[in-house]
Design a protein around this ligand. Structure first.
Ligand SMILES: Cc1ncc(COP(=O)(O)O)c(C=O)c1O
Length: 438
């Protein structure tokens, strides 16, 4: 970490105090001494006290193409100078251009897209469509899932620490999923594991539902859940059973979309399926408030009333997101995510193997999760996660954490991260891990 401006020390402490006076107590920033990021360029950011870091969390997997990408900045500036907002009461060229691109990339046949300002609202829209199309309010979700902060999306979220209320309008059943480390089926090989979870799904359908379920919603790799990754083909096996009942499959690609997993453009592709709907958010706008749902036309058109989102896909966000996705495609960032993810894993594996407190390193592409436990068992160790997070920052790298017990480090840099930056981050993380355990 370069400390460029010791004269500015105390700026963060003052800001923290001001934040505490006017913001909710439950909006908790990372670190004992929280920092404010003042500016960024590519993977690098600078805080208000002049310190510089590599950003390996991207504001929760959202800075997808890097900070201040000139092509994206230019598109936003150009659109802001023309018109920022009109609403869908009028045709919008930027919105239609973006819709053409997103539907084409979605892989869903005869696709239609509806834009919202957040991932939670995208999932709300998907749930609304599924329940209307299927005339049922029964939903299947996966254990250890996270789908948003609104009433209905908290209803399909399977994390006590993210569930302030049990109120929602759905009948939800949670089935076994890909969080293998703590699964009752964890000792089974891949195919048997999938079969055991399929049997669980069948049991839930037979024992707990009316039979008329609207949809299953799943994250191909669970984000907040600590990058829990099922075997390839897992959701393919489950979807066969869903198809037998006409149940829709919604792929929540809020974290896994746009090539982050390296091997695929969408997380669902690892499972040999095409979902009935997919939802996206975060990376699509590289920080602009944009999200949405893609569905086959017959499902999208099941909406029975006027439906409208004031900010969803406004010209400013649409123009910026289009430039962002074009940059992603022009620079084949999916291939970079694959190569850099492999480089990171190879670099950190010896440290993972050498530390009994690390239960496993998992994930795919540039979604890398490291679960920390008390040595000799599986008791979660959130204090080790906190320590490594803090020490990584002291070594100049910002990472994230998550997991059911807050004991999983989450590493997810922009897809444009360079080989040198990966090497620097691996060294910093090794030092942070060693300083925690030795
Ligand atoms: C998989 C997934 N779905 C939905 C959401 C909700 O998105 P938002 O915070 O934009 O409402 C998140 C946010 O972290 C997420 O990770």
């Amino acid at each position: 970490m370069e400390n460029l401006a010791s004269t500015t020390s105390g700026v963060h402490a003052d800001l923290h105090q001001r934040a505490q006076a006017v913001m909710p107590s439950w909006l908790k920033p990372f670190y004992d001494e929280p920092i404010a990021i003042d500016r960024g360029e590519g993977t690098r950011v600078w805080d208000l006290e002049g310190n510089s870091y590599l950003d390996f969390f991207g504001g929760v997997l959202t800075t997808m193409c890097g900070h201040s990408v000139p092509e994206v900045v230019e598109a936003i500036q150009e659109q802001a100078a023309k018109v920022m907002h009109t609403s869908t009461l009028y045709l919008s060229e930027p919105l239609i251009k973006l819709s053409e691109m997103v539907t084409r990339l979605s892989g869903i046949p005869d696709a239609r897209v509806f834009f919202t300002p957040s991932g939670s609202e995208a999932n709300e829209a998907a749930l609304m469509l599924a329940t209307l199309y299927r005339k049922s309010n029964e939903i299947l979700a996966i254990r250890n899932s996270y789908h948003g902060r609104t009433f209905a999306t908290i209803g399909i979220t399977s994390h006590k620490s993210w569930s302030p209320s049990s109120l929602h309008g759905l009948q939800v059943h949670f089935v076994q999923g890909g969080y293998r480390l703590r699964s009752p089926f964890k000792a089974l090989p891949d195919d048997d594991y999938t079969q055991a979870c399929l049997q669980d799904l069948t049991d839930v359908l037979d024992m707990m539902t009316s039979g008329d379920v609207a949809a299953m919603i799943a994250e191909p790799i669970q984000g907040v859940g600590g990058f829990a990754t099922p075997p390839d083909g897992f959701f393919g096996a489950l979807k066969k059973e869903l198809d037998n009942h006409g149940i829709l499959f919604i792929s929540d690609e809020v974290q896994t979309g746009w090539g982050r997993t390296g091997d695929h453009f969408w997380g669902y592709e690892a499972h040999g399926i095409v979902p009935d709907m997919l939802t996206f958010a975060k990376g699509v706008g590289n920080g602009l408030a944009l999200a949405g749902v893609v569905a086959r036309a017959e499902v999208m058109d099941a909406m029975t009333a006027t439906h409208f989102s004031t900010f969803g896909g406004n010209p400013l966000n649409s123009a910026g997101a289009h430039a962002n996705l074009q940059y992603l495609l022009d620079n084949d960032l999916q291939a970079n995510a694959k190569a850099r993810g492999e480089q990171f894993r190879a670099g950190l594996q010896p440290t993972v193997d050498a530390n009994a407190g690390i239960a496993e390193m998992r994930g795919r592409g540039l979604m890398i999760g490291i679960e920390l436990v008390e040595p000799g068992g599986l008791t979660p160790d959130p204090s080790a996660a906190m320590s490594i997070l803090q020490k990584a920052k002291d070594h100049g790298i910002l990472i994230g954490k998550g997991g059911l017990y807050g004991n999983v480090l989450r590493i997810a840099p922009p897809l444009s991260v360079s080989a040198d930056e990966i090497d620097t981050a691996v060294d910093a993380l090794k030092s942070a891990i060693e300083a925690t355990y030795n």
